[in-house]
Design a protein around this ligand. Structure first.
Ligand SMILES: Nc1nc2c(c(=O)[nH]1)N[C@H]1C(S)=C(S)[C@@H](COP(=O)(O)OP(=O)(O)OC[C@H]3O[C@@H](n4cnc5c(=O)[nH]c(N)nc54)[C@H](O)[C@@H]3O)O[C@H]1N2
Ligand SMILES: Nc1nc2c(c(=O)[nH]1)N[C@H]1C(S)=C(S)[C@@H](COP(=O)(O)OP(=O)(O)OC[C@H]3O[C@@H](n4cnc5c(=O)[nH]c(N)nc54)[C@H](O)[C@@H]3O)O[C@H]1N2
Ligand SMILES: [Mo]
Length: 829
């Protein structure tokens, strides 16, 4: 066990090696508040992490009505007892003294405390006024990937059938809209094909734009344990930063940002050229192979090497390894999803698997990853720009079926066009057609691109903004009504992770003050609005998490995400369970598509697909003609350059992302002392080549500027690819002296001051990974280090000739590095 290990200094703890096809050993990670012994804990309450999409199962330790720690659940299929640093320490934020405890309303320009009746009546009055004067299209809801299933489902029903608006989306638009979209494009329907257990069986794993070591540290522990066991796998890492994954990889490809499609097309080209394809699988289960082969015919490694700026032989080596893999597992995340050809690139990963027949068998799987803990629920419940239960808005039979579940007329449910995506909702608010925006569990004043614009949209007089949060965030400060929410540990609900594992998170303690669960707030609003079904009965008939879950089960029945075999009671006790779970699969389903493709038929598919270049929705007739038998679709895509190329004025590429110690806008991790002190302030990473060339040093105060805005950060010099800058997007303004954004001489701090209002045409996911930027010296650092972690991708570049084991940054974690990293960066290289 790992109790003695400092999990800030050694985030992944110590190793429990295991061999291929063996079971991953259990290791129970625990952290209790100082002075609390295990015997002092009065109750352990079952839960799972909500600080990433891994779904690490844990028990919450309760003493005297407060949370005093957490312990991993040994019996759970996802984590076998392990927890990451955010899981171990993040819970402390629940008892922060600055939690919101009463509702706030804006009076005379200021937010003042009030009671729930006053706040809710203000929201209801404005809703009624707008419905009367402007109709349902004047009201929008922008929700989260961090609430519970029961809450999204309730919100989806009240927005789509109660208000009757098409404007409901999640921050999952910024996160995993592309995951859902790529699955729809290839398989006709959302739903993760693979499972984490594939890690136990694969011999080759490719990670595309996925820093799993920092963003799903528990699965990285699993990979590290396999690397240290018998018959270790080979890793291929596609990431322009020197992540831990890159350091362990057999092949590390560090492409120019925004060139994933070129690289993938070259990999497809090589796999096809070398004949490493599974003809039988292609013929039985796919359509479109000839078009795909023709489209990549000229995409040679030489061609891609010039675009991506990676060595040709490394592309060949990667293609060889992929082509000769016995069991191939791939993961895809934000390095792909947050770029201009997001869906096009993610779909090419699916294509690699389909042409190699690498699907639906132990070790052979695709994980189009999620990021947020409950993003899967946002998508399946219809709170992320889709209809609930993966129903197809273009298919009248699906709409009618949903109307039957809700006992409303089909016309009540808007389906005249695709559900409005978040970026479009903000545009409508900017233009004035949306007049009320209800924001729950997300902090767009830090997380959306081009913050100057977002702040000015939210601050408009004519826009009525409701914010439902735990804290007075940068967004809440701009609201007209602030509703104090209860969170994880203070309410009960179900959540589904990236590999379809459903967990239950039980209430452990009371929320602070008058804070209420999001479900209760939505139910209260629905009751006050008196939403009715077509027979005049109440539209929403449930009243607590369990009855909401039962209602959702009816909506999911017969759909791919079938929950009918689950219940809160069944989820209490041992391990999480993977959907679909129903009469046929009472213990859940490990892998989808074990027996061909099941949800791509024209009658059942969630989407008729989109044009991968324009994003235009295709019609049912086109789909039926192209894919009459419901097979997987091999959709090619030509490479297009990123929308913003470096120029003389903005010579760098700028990418943004995460560090292991913080979650998003730091509302929780910034209030956990161990996590905050591990990464207390924003920094900017640049390569040794660029820093040396320009005479900048570690710790210098820099300005990073794009045409949208600028921020200031200390410089960390790393082994990142030359020409690329990286800024973590975690740092907003709530803990700065002014408490709000830049202006009046206060410089910017948030990465999104600089990012662009632009998105992938297919998934509508905004571009956070590719901008052109300038880097300017503001003030010398005088030899002090940047406030960036040294244990992670942001580790300082190793001085020439210092091997990893002798004081280099990676010695910190006590782990040896992959052959390629040694070859390139080791002594004498
Ligand atoms: N510690 C921590 N963990 C988290 C979160 C968190 O905030 N903190 N958030 C959770 C959420 S919501 C999400 S969505 C996930 C995100 O998890 P990840 O996607 O793993 O995290 P990011 O840091 O956003 O981006 C991953 C990598 O993309 C690389 N990248 C940038 N541009 C390109 C490119 O053009 N091509 C390629 N191939 N790679 C590129 C970056 O160098 C970066 O290392 O993490 C989840 N887990
Ligand atoms: N530049 C840049 N920008 C990015 C990204 C990037 O990589 N680069 N990544 C994007 C991605 S993938 C994501 S997921 C987003 C995340 O962006 P956000 O969703 O804006 O980030 P969070 O800080 O997680 O915001 C969640 C809010 O919900 C509150 N909250 C937590 N639990 C509860 C609850 O139970 N109920 C309620 N009502 N509120 C709760 C928290 O206090 C917090 O204010 O950021 C996106 N923005
Ligand atoms: Mo995300």
């Amino acid at each position: 066990m790992d109790a003695s290990v400092d999990r800030i200094a050694r985030p992944w703890g110590s190793r429990t090696p295991y061999g291929r096809h063996e079971a991953w050993p259990t290791r129970v990670d625990t952290h209790l508040a100082q002075g609390v012994e295990p015997d002092d804990v009065q109750r352990w309450v079952q839960s799972a992490s909500i600080l990433h999409s891994d779904g690490d199962a844990m028990d919450i330790a309760v003493k005297d009505g407060g949370i005093v720690g957490v312990r991993g659940r040994a019996a759970d299929r996802v984590n076998h007892g392990r927890l990451g640093p955010k899981d171990l320490f993040g819970w402390q934020a629940n008892s922060s003294p600055d939690r919101l405890t009463r509702p706030l309303i804006r009076e005379g320009g200021r937010l003042v405390e009030c009671d729930w009746d006053t706040a809710m009546e203000r929201v209801v009055a404005r809703s009624r006024e707008l419905l009367d004067e402007r109709g349902p299209g004047s009201i929008g809801f922008y929700t989260s990937g961090q609430l519970f299933l029961e809450e999204y489902y309730t919100l989806a029903v009240l927005a789509r059938a109660g208000i009757g608006t098409n404007h409901l989306d999640g921050n999952t638009r910024l996160c995993t809209a592309t995951a859902g979209e790529a699955l729809k494009e290839s398989f006709g329907c959302d739903g993760q094909p693979g499972t984490y257990d594939d890690i136990d069986h694969m011999d080759v794993m490719v990670l595309f734009g996925h820093n799993i070591a920092e963003t799903q540290p528990v699965q990285w522990m699993r990979i590290l344990d396999r690397l240290d066991g018998t018959d270790p796998p080979r890793l291929i890492c596609v990431d322009p930063r020197p992540t831990r994954v890159a350091r362990k990889a057999t092949v590390h490809l560090a492409p120019r940002a925004g060139t994933n499609v070129a690289l993938l097309n070259a990999l497809l080209h090589e796999v096809i050229r070398a004949g490493h394809i599974d003809r039988e699988y292609i013929d039985a289960h796919t359509v479109g192979f000839d078009e795909l082969a023709a489209a990549v015919e000229d995409c040679t490694p030489e061609w891609a090497a010039a675009i991506c700026d990676v060595p040709v032989d490394r592309i060949r080596r990667a293609a060889d390894i992929i082509g000769s893999a016995e069991r191939l597992l791939s993961t895809v995340l934000q390095g792909v999803y947050q770029s201009h050809q997001a869906t096009a690139a993610a779909v090419q990963v699916n294509n690699l698997h389909l042409i190699r027949g690498m699907l639906g068998r132990p070790g052979a799987g695709v994980l189009q990853m999620n990021g947020q803990p409950t993003a899967q629920n946002t998508r399946e419940c219809g709170a992320n720009g889709d209809l609930p239960g993966f129903r197809n808005w273009q298919n009248d039979a699906h709409v009618a079926d949903l109307a039957k579940v809700w006992n409303v007329e089909p016309e009540t449910i808007p389906h005249y066009g695709p559900p409005t995506h978040a970026m479009q909702m903000f545009r409508y608010a900017e233009q004035g057609s949306i007049r009320m925006l209800w924001i729950s569990g997300t902090n767009p004043a830090v997380s959306l691109p081009e913050l100057g614009r977002i702040r000015s949209i939210l601050a408009q007089e004519r826009l009525f903004v409701v914010v439902q949060d735990l804290f007075l965030t940068e967004t809440a400060q701009l609201a007209d009504v602030v509703l104090p929410a209860a969170t994880w540990g203070e309410k009960t609900g179900a959540l589904t992770n990236a590999d379809r594992t459903v967990h239950l998170s039980d209430k452990a303690v009371e929320p602070p003050g008058e804070a209420k669960p999001d479900l209760d707030i939505f139910l209260d609003y629905a009751a006050r609005m008196d939403f009715r079904d077509k027979d005049g009965g109440p539209l929403i008939t449930w009243h607590d998490p369990e009855s909401a879950f039962e209602a959702w089960k009816r909506c999911s029945a017969g759909r791919p995400c079938d929950y009918t075999g689950l219940s809160h009671e069944k989820l209490r006790g041992t391990s999480g369970i993977q959907w679909p779970c129903n009469e046929r699969f009472p213990e859940g389903t490990e892998r989808l598509y074990t027996d061909g493709i099941s949800w791509a038929g024209p009658q059942v598919c969630e989407s008729y697909g989109k044009d991968l270049v324009t994003g235009a929705s295709q019609e049912a007739v086109d789909y039926r003609a192209a894919n009459p038998d419901g097979k997987a679709m091999l959709k090619p895509s030509a490479y297009l350059p990123p929308h913003e190329a470096p120029s003389e004025e903005h010579p760098f590429q700028l990418t943004t992302g995460r560090t292991i110690y913080h979650f998003h806008t730091r509302t929780k991790t910034g209030r956990a002392p161990q996590l905050n002190s591990a990464a207390p302030e924003v920094w900017v990473e640049a390569s040794t080549v660029d820093a040396d060339g320009l005479g900048f040093h570690e710790g210098d105060l820099m300005e990073v500027a794009t045409p949208r805005g600028a921020l200031r950060a200390r410089l960390r010099v790393t082994d990142i690819r030359p020409g690329l800058l990286f800024v973590p997007f975690h740092y907003g303004y709530w803990d700065t002296p002014t408490g709000h954004g830049p202006g009046d001489g206060t410089p910017g701090r948030a990465a999104n001051e600089t990012t662009i209002t632009d998105w992938d045409p297919v998934s509508k996911q905004p571009l956070f990974k590719t901008a052109a930027a300038a880097l300017r010296l503001v003030e010398r650092g005088g030899g002090a280090s940047a406030p960036a972690p040294t244990t992670t991708a942001s580790a300082p570049a190793r001085p020439a000739g210092v091997p990893a084991t002798e004081g280099g940054p990676s010695a910190h974690a006590g782990q040896t590095e992959g052959p390629e990293w040694r070859e390139r960066n080791g002594a004498g290289a």
